[in-house]
Write a protein that binds this ligand. Structure first.
Ligand SMILES: *Cc1c(COP(=O)(O)O)cnc(C)c1O
Length: 393
């Protein structure tokens, strides 16, 4: 008699926190089953199509047989050159396309692989709280220990570097930051990035700046790259993504630029795990980066209108908030006496509207909920009306 086969997950999987959207999805399905027309303002995934000239470019590139083989791990030189040229035009900083940039299968891929390249078991990694869950999870996958840097309203949702204990800073290998910020919508200024560079140099910590939202900004705001600060290139790497800028989340394409040794460390992980991004997608990405950026401006204008509309509804419902200058998120204080879980449950059950509880992004996110503006105006309008109705009893 053989023992029954048993499937055992590794500790790193068993210890994963519950997936943020899984519980919400389950409750959403329950409400939908009762016949409610649920409006999902939870997930931040652009609803608009990829601009036509980029799709056309993919069609042409997909026909070429040479694109059907394994791509290079680091990306085509033409793609890396398009990325560094775009970077120089946008931020005024030059990088060597041969050594200081690497293609990514979406920036999440690079972010998740950073700890494998630089973190040994027991090392600390500084991560924002609230924050994109990947920073902390990728750290624990590599045996590292995430140290949460709370992002507080009174500090403009920037981490207080002086509050990080010296003994933690001494044991930290990486620091993740993300501006414009998901979920708070905050934008960082030159002074903050300069402090980060100084802190990183002092404690020998590699800065990983997640820049997925630099192009989604409003009212004249032009978010900067942390690599614009002198000395940043010595200590860091910056992750850029075509996902949000060109409505290409499903395409999985991005790039990382920065210190050559850091870029190459990440490249070493990639050579052993994946085989790079489909070349036809890289060719379409070149088209996106090299073409006129009018499509990005038009998209920002759509999000700006949605933002203004939703901010009005929320004010009518009694919330106090200022419109964010970047990202497609609204980060809103809970009503007095309600937890993030309670407010999101209430919106779902009473209004049929999904919002994300702030606590899902970390302990310091408690007290807030997040609204994503990635649904068409008519749906957003309907959601706004329902929210006002529920709160105006
Ligand atoms: C959407 C998002 C990304 C981008 O992910 P891709 O893998 O490039 O699609 C990265 N970081 C944050 C904080 C995001 O919200």
């Amino acid at each position: 008699m053989s023992k029954p086969f048993s499937v055992e997950y590794a500790e790193r999987i068993k210890q994963l926190p519950p997936y943020l959207f899984a519980a919400i999805d389950a409750k959403k399905a329950e409400v939908q089953a009762q016949g409610v027309d649920v409006i999902d303002l939870g997930v931040g995934d652009p609803d608009m199509p990829t601009p036509a000239h980029i799709v056309e470019s993919l069609k042409i590139a997909a026909e070429k047989a040479e694109n059907h083989q394994y791509p290079s791990y680091v990306g085509m030189l033409t793609y890396r050159k398009a990325a560094t040229d775009w970077f120089a035009r946008r931020f005024g900083v030059e990088f060597d396309p041969a050594t200081e940039v690497v293609s990514m299968i979406g920036s999440k891929e690079g972010i998740a692989h950073m700890p494998l390249a630089f973190v040994d078991p027991g090392d600390y990694v500084l991560v924002p709280d609230p924050g994109y869950p990947v920073y902390a999870i990728a750290t624990t996958f590599a045996g590292g220990i995430p140290y949460k840097m709370p992002l507080k309203a009174e500090n403009g949702f920037l981490p207080d570097l002086e509050a990080i204990p010296t003994e933690i800073a001494a044991k930290a290998k990486l620091m993740f930051i993300n501006y414009p910020n998901n979920p708070t919508g905050a934008v960082a200024d030159y002074d903050f990035f300069a402090k980060v560079v100084e802190f990183a140099a002092l404690h020998n910590i590699i800065v990983c700046h997640d820049s997925a939202y630099t192009e989604l900004a409003y009212d004249g705001c032009k978010p900067m790259s942390f690599l614009e600060v002198p000395g940043a290139k010595e200590v860091g790497i910056e992750f850029h993504s075509l996902s949000k800028t060109y409505n290409m989340t499903g395409w999985r394409i991005g790039f990382a630029v920065g210190n050559a040794k850091i870029v190459q460390g990440l490249g070493k992980v990639k050579t052993n795990i994946d085989s790079g991004a489909f070349q036809a997608i890289q060719e379409a990405a070149i088209t996106a980066l090299r073409s006129d950026q009018q499509c990005v401006l038009e998209m920002c204008e759509i999000y700006r209108k949605r933002r203004d509309m939703m901010v009005e509804f929320l004010k009518k419902a009694g919330f106090k908030l200022t419109a964010p200058l970047a990202t497609f998120y609204l980060w809103i204080d809970n009503p007095e006496g309600m937890t993030s879980a309670e407010i999101s449950t209430m919106f779902l059950e009473k209004a049929g509207v999904v919002v994300t509880p702030g606590s899902g992004f970390g302990e310091a996110g408690e007290g807030y909920f997040r609204i994503s503006l990635t649904v068409p105006e008519t749906r957003l309008n309907e959601a706004g009306e329902r929210i006002v109705k529920v709160l105006k009893v």
